[in-house]
Design a protein around this ligand. Structure first.
Ligand code: ZN
Length: 70
C-alpha cells in the first residue's frame, strides 16, 4: 500500500487497489464503463473523440490507457 496523490483531485490517499482516491472512484468507474462500451461499439474512435463525446479529460483517458484498461 502506498501513499499517493489522486490524479483527479490531487488529494493524498492510501492507494489500495485503485489509482484514484475513494471520492473519485465512483465517478472514475462510471466514466470508464461508458468509455469501454463506446470503444466496443466504435473501435475506430480516437482518444480525442472520446474526450469530447463524454467530456472526460485526455489525462484521465491516457491514465486508463497506461494502466491497460482501455
Ligand atoms: Zn480524487
Amino acid at each position: 500500500m502506498t501513499v499517493k496523490n489522486c490524479p483527479e483531485c490531487n488529494q493524498i490517499f492510501m492507494q489500495k487497489q485503485y489509482d484514484v482516491c475513494p471520492e473519485c472512484y465512483q465517478q472514475d468507474l462510471t466514466n470508464f464503463q461508458k468509455v469501454r462500451a463506446c470503444i466496443r461499439e466504435t473501435p475506430a474512435i480516437t482518444i480525442n473523440g472520446i474526450s469530447k463525446k463524454f467530456n472526460i479529460s485526455l489525462e484521465t483517458l491516457l491514465r486508463w490507457r497506461r494502466s491497460g484498461r482501455i
